[in-house]
Every structure is written in structure tokens, then in C-alpha cells.
Design a protein around this ligand. Structure first.
Ligand code: WT7
Length: 653
């Protein structure tokens, strides 16, 4: 087992359990028997789950794994993803049900019914068609959490174009590299976004990003903040001019089950983000199934709220596709959790009687910091299921969540998955599982995940190692956009003999055989549930003229899970390495990648610890960053380097 964060060590001593109440169990969507059915005949189980969807043509075969690791699910089946998320609910008589209770940051609201959503998505689909967008084309979307973001994604799905959503907080350079990699034809953005009560520009960043971008033909701009933005008369068009003028009639075309649905970029161990590719039938089956059983969602009764941003996979799978396929009524909130006050989320839950709430540990820890008295001022009695995602949740935060938000009653489901897995893989089932604070526990019915040692052998109960997925699953990634080799190398080479998918996470079994996730085992950091690669931040740092060399580590952080700590060697004597220089470097990284990648701390050092083969020993730097006794230095090319670094830091140089 490789290095793991000592901040998680308290996970290993936690042993409380919370069995489900009889009342909850009696009405739960899933039962314990589902696990047996999933194990007994995996393909039959998934065939049954696929019946949640409306297929134009039924599949002839559940799984074709003959081209492994490239999977084909529901072979020969045809469906339209947007039809499944919208139209069929209207056809079934639920057109007046609210799909989205949208809450703007400044306090404006919009309720959108399924009938309205159908018209909006159809108009947007017609608009894209009018611009010449065809099936298989790529559309980049950089939008904040406004209804048009969801409409734009569904409009792409409806016409078979792939969306590539780029988080609004990413820099122009990051947007550009994603637009270029996917050769996006269209970019959809807004004039600006409200952030903590202020309007921040979006279109201006997009303009900067797209200078000279050859693939882009049109930029569609949603008006939100109303600020003046320059419009290129050839390239740019307002959403309200283009979309509002379209017909609300559009007949959805059925696409192959393996038709590509979207690309979503995520950080890997190298500097270049990977375009994770997802397809239609298998993906929609698993997001709908998991949303149904993990959140115990009851259409027409529950009010659901996932606080993620559509820029991340959680927003794709658990705001757009899974929930809408299941005819959800959901809250979508535009802003930050403390605008205009720290009770904003609880106020929204109270107002809309939210019953299912899905958020991230970093936010739960932030709420804890703001104080118990804040949620206590609101009526949260509507809440009946609480979800967590993004990083291991520490037992203290789990217990606080259950007590202070869930009134000691609502089951907490800690859901493990990844951009690559597309949907939840490991999670308790509410009403079925006796939950354990800090553990994601069991692969869902139909899913298999095991913990193995270095040689790929499963470890015994009580043992630790690497988490692998040993059987294909419907929503698995179908590749990395334009790079089959990297796909095989990244996920399938580590345990090639066994044919296991390597998740990049450390994990252990407890004595009951439940799985506890222990953080990444590669050079990927997890900051507030966002995946950031150490090499990406290092490249950003060395792109600054004053930096000769840089090494970046993720250090345990009480709020964000990990914080980015950088060690830099400056060039010659050009700069003094003082406070100002460090600030300049932090801002430089924020400008290059985005504010989420801004290092918490930068230490100027004379040398970096390297092995004889020149590999930076991040483990030792993490010891420094976390103020620990420095570990074994015997494999260093020059063992005095760590003394030099420590001495330099103590003297403040
Ligand atoms: C990585 C995936 C899945 C949507 C959000 C992040 C970590 C995620 C958990 C959890 C422990 C978790 C893993 C994983 N992670 N959920 N419940 N317990 N770790 O998606 O950006 O693709 O990151 O997030 O390290 O590999 P992502």
C-alpha cells in the first residue's frame, strides 16, 4: 500500500453503526434481496434496470465485452436521452409537475414545469440545428447554475451532439485547451455570473479564450447579469434572440445505445486533462437506477437538491440525467452558500420542503465551522435522506450532518464514484444498510468492487490496498477523447493480467468486509472535492518567468480535505522570494488554471528532494507541508536536501 493521508487515520478507529428504522425500511425503494439478484445474474439485473428507460428499439444483447476495455452495453438498442428526461413525463400526464425550482443568487426565482422544459429544450435543439450542429458535433458549455445550462445540455443530447461542460471557474487557458481538444464548433456561455452579490464577467473570459480558436463557429450568449459585453457580429449571438424565436416542436431522433453523450474533462497524473467519454443507454440506465435506490427517490413526492455544479460529473449525473430521467422535482441554486447569509441552504430547504439533500464533505465541514446555531434556526424536518460525495467524509462531519441536518434520523449515504465511473458505485442503501460514519461500505447491487494488493490479489478482511472495479458496469467511461492508448494505460495497465479497472484510490476492508476509502494513491489532489493534478499546478508554476522548478503536494486540510502546497526553486537571484513574489505566484496559478487551483501555501526552497532517477519524492514534501517528522530519506540522491529545506524554512528564507 502506498502513502496515505494521516488525516484520515481516524477513519480506521471508527466503529459506530446506525441501522435503518423499520419505518424507513418499510417504504424503501430497494431491499437487501437486490444484492443477491445483482450477484446471481448481473446481466439480467441490468437488463431489468434498463427497463426504467423508454427505448425506441430494444437491445438484443445486454453487454458486449469482447472488445475490452471498450464496453458496449444494451447492444442494438436505440433511445433518445432527452426524450427520456423530459418528453415522456409530459406524455404520461406530468407536464404540470415542476421539474426545476430555480433560485437565483440575488433572490429571483423561476419554477419550470416538465411541459415548459420540453418546449425550452426543443427550442434550444432547433436553435443548434439552425446553426448547422449535427449529431457527433461537440458543443462546449461554460455557464453558471442557471436553467439554460440544463436546457443546453439536454438540447445537445436531443440532437445527438456531445456537450463538453467546462466549469465556470476555469481560466480562459483551461477553457481553450478543452475547446481545442474536442474541436468544439459552438460555445455557449453567459454575459456574466453573480458571485457573492457581485457580477463577474464570463463572456469576456470566453472571448479571451477563443482568440484564434479555429474550430469555433458560433458563440451563444445567455443574458444574466445584464452587463455590457462586446458581441462579434459574425460569431456571437444572444440566446434570447436565437432560441426564443424557435419552434417549440422538435421530434427527437433515436440514437444508438452507444451513441456518445458527452465529454467531461478531468485531471489526471499528467498536466493534460483527460476528456472522459460517456455514451447513452448504459449511462442513463445506471444514473437513473442509482438515483432511484441510493436516494430512495419517489417521483411527485420528494423535493430533491444536489448542490453540485454542472461543471462536474455530479452535476451531469445527479442534477441533469439521473434525476430528470426519474421525473424529479428539484431545487437548482445559482449562488454560494453564504450569500447573503450563512443560512441560505437551510432557508431554501425550509421554503421548498427539500426531502433529499446531496452535498460534499468540504461544505459540511464549512457549515460546522459556521456553527450549529445556524441550521437550528430553520425547519429542516422535510429532510429524509442525506448524501455525501467527493472525498472521504470524516466521521465527525458525518455525525454532525446526521445530527444537525438530519435530526438524528435521516440516513446518510456516502457515495463513492468518479467522473470515469459515470454513476455511483459504492454506497449504503437507505432503509437497507446499517450505516457506518466514514465508510461508503458496499458496492451497489449489480456492481462489483474489490480491494487488492500490489499483485492484484484480493486482501483479507481488515486488510488495505487498492480499490479496483473487477467487472464492467453500464455507465463506465468508453474512453478518453482521442486517446485510446492513454485510456488503456491509465486505467487498465496496472492490473492488466486480471483485467481490473484501477480507480487510483486506496481503500481497506473492515472486519465486516465493508469498504473504507482512504484517498488517492496517485499524484492527484482532492481539494474541496475537486480533482486537481499536482503536475498541472507544477506546470503552471514553472510557466512563470521567476520559477526554475516546482513540486506540488496535497496536504491535509481541515476544511478542504487537501490544500495545495507548492515548493519552488526560483531562478538565479532574480527575485527575493518574499511575500510579494509568493502572492504573485499564487495569482499566476489561479490565472493559468482557475481560482480552485490557487496554492494554499508556497514555500521557496533551495533544492527539491529527488530519487536517483530524478523523480520528486512528494512523500517527504508532504511531511514538511503537514509539519511532521520527515520520513525515510534513504532513497534520495542527496540525503542532505531535506536538511537544507527544513533549515531554509525555519530561518524564513
Ligand atoms: C475521486 C473522483 C464522484 C463525483 C465527485 C468527484 C474521490 C469521490 C468519494 C467518497 C471517498 C471519494 C475519490 C475518487 N471520491 N467520492 N464518497 N469517498 N472518496 O469526482 O472529480 O472524478 O473525483 O474523488 O478519490 O477517485 P472526480
Amino acid at each position: 500500500m502506498t502513502e496515505q493521508s494521516p488525516g484520515l487515520s481516524n477513519l480506521l478507529t471508527e466503529n459506530r453503526t446506525f441501522p435503518p428504522s423499520a419505518e424507513f425500511a418499510a417504504q424503501a425503494n430497494a431491499t437487501a434481496e437486490w444484492y443477491e439478484r445483482g450477484d446471481a445474474d448481473r446481466e439480467a439485473f441490468w437488463a431489468e434496470q434498463a427497463e426504467r428507460l423508454t427505448w425506441d428499439t430494444k437491445w438484443s444483447r445486454v453487454l458486449d465485452w469482447s472488445g475490452a476495455p471498450f464496453a458496449k452495453w444494451f447492444v442494438g438498442g436505440k433511445l433518445n436521452v432527452a426524450y427520456n428526461c423530459v418528453d415522456r413525463h409530459v406524455e404520461a400526464g406530468h407536464g404540470d409537475q415542476v421539474a426545476i425550482h430555480w433560485v437565483g443568487e440575488p433572490g429571483d426565482t423561476r419554477d419550470i414545469t416538465y411541459a415548459q422544459l420540453k418546449d425550452d429544450v426543443s427550442r434550444a435543439a432547433n436553435a443548434l440545428l439552425s446553426l448547422g450542429v449535427k449529431a457527433h458535433d461537440r458543443v462546449a458549455i461554460q455557464l453558471q447554475m442557471i436553467p439554460e445550462a440544463i436546457v443546453a445540455m439536454l438540447a445537445c443530447a436531443r440532437i445527438g451532439a456531445l456537450h463538453s461542460v467546462v466549469f465556470g471557474g476555469f481560466s480562459p487557458a483551461a477553457l481553450r485547451s478543452r475547446v481545442d481538444d474536442a474541436a468544439a464548433k459552438i460555445v455557449i456561455t453567459s454575459d456574466g455570473q453573480f458571485r457573492r452579490g457581485k457580477a463577474a464577467p464570463m463572456k469576456a473570459n470566453v472571448d479571451q479564450a477563443l482568440e484564434g480558436a479555429e474550430s469555433v463557429e458560433k458563440v451563444i450568449v445567455v443574458r444574466r447579469t445584464g452587463e455590457d459585453v462586446p458581441m462579434d457580429p459574425e460569431r456571437d449571438v444572444w440566446w434570447h434572440d436565437l432560441v426564443d424565436a424557435q419552434s417549440p416542436e422538435h421530434t427527437p431522433e433515436a440514437f444508438d445505445s452507444e451513441h456518445p453523450l458527452f465529454i467531461l474533462y478531468t485531471s489526471g497524473t499528467t498536466g493534460r486533462p483527460k476528456g472522459i467519454l460517456h455514451t447513452s443507454g448504459g449511462y442513463l440506465t445506471q444514473v437513473a437506477y442509482t438515483h432511484h435506490v441510493v436516494f430512495d427517490h419517489k417521483p411527485g413526492r420528494d423535493v430533491y437538491w444536489c448542490t453540485a455544479d454542472i461543471g462536474w460529473v455530479t452535476g451531469h449525473s445527479y442534477i441533469v440525467y439521473g434525476p430528470l430521467a426519474n421525473r424529479v422535482t428539484q431545487v437548482v441554486y445559482e449562488g454560494t452558500p453564504n450569500t447573503p447569509h450563512e443560512g441560505r441552504h437551510w432557508e431554501i430547504i425550509q421554503n421548498y420542503k427539500v426531502s433529499i439533500y446531496y452535498t460534499a464533505p468540504t461544505l459540511i465541514r464549512t457549515f460546522m465551522k459556521w456553527g450549529d446555531d445556524i441550521p437550528a434556526q430553520y425547519d429542516l424536518s422535510s429532510l429524509r435522506v442525506l448524501g455525501s460525495v467527493g472525498e472521504p467524509i470524516n466521521p465527525e462531519a458525518w455525525i454532525w450532518y446526521r445530527e444537525h441536518i438530519g435530526a438524528g434520523k435521516a440516513p446518510v449515504v456516502d457515495t463513492w464514484w468518479q467522473t470515469e465511473t459515470g454513476a455511483i458505485m459504492i454506497s449504503p442503501l437507505p432503509g437497507v444498510t446499517a450505516t457506518k460514519p466514514g465508510s461508503a461500505q458496499t458496492p451497489l447491487p449489480g456492481i462489483s468492487a474489490i480491494v487488492v494488493d500490489d499483485t492484484g490479489k484480493e486482501v483479507p478482511h481488515g486488510g488495505g490496498g487498492y480499490l479496483v472495479l473487477d467487472k464492467p458496469w453500464p455507465s463506465m467511461l468508453r474512453g478518453i477523447w482521442g486517446d485510446d492508448e492513454r485510456f488503456k494505460e491509465t486505467y487498465w495497465s496496472r492490473f492488466a493480467d486480471q483485467g481490473y479497472y484501477f480507480a487510483g484510490d486506496g481503500a481497506k476492508y473492515d472486519d465486516d468486509g465493508d469498504i473504507w476509502l482512504l484517498g488517492r494513491v496517485d499524484d492527484v489532489m482532492n481539494v474541496s472535492g475537486h480533482r486537481i493534478s499536482t503536475t498541472e499546478v507544477e506546470s503552471a508554476l514553472v510557466s512563470h518567468p521567476t520559477v526554475a522548478e516546482a513540486a506540488v503536494v496535497g496536504a491535509t486540510d481541515p476544511t478542504t480535505g487537501q490544500g495545495i502546497v507548492a515548493f519552488v526553486i526560483l531562478r538565479g537571484n532574480a527575485v527575493d522570494g518574499g511575500e510579494e513574489a509568493v502572492q504573485e505566484l499564487r495569482n499566476h496559478v489561479a490565472k493559468e488554471i482557475g481560482p480552485i487551483a490557487k496554492p494554499r501555501q508556497i514555500m521557496v526552497v533551495p533544492e527539491l528532494p529527488k530519487t536517483r532517477s530524478g523523480k520528486i519524492m512528494r512523500r517527504l514534501l508532504r511531511d514538511v507541508a503537514e509539519n511532521r517528522q520527515i520520513g525515510d530519506v534513504t532513497t534520495l540522491a542527496d540525503s542532505s536536501v531535506m536538511d537544507l529545506i527544513s533549515a531554509g524554512l525555519k530561518s524564513g528564507k
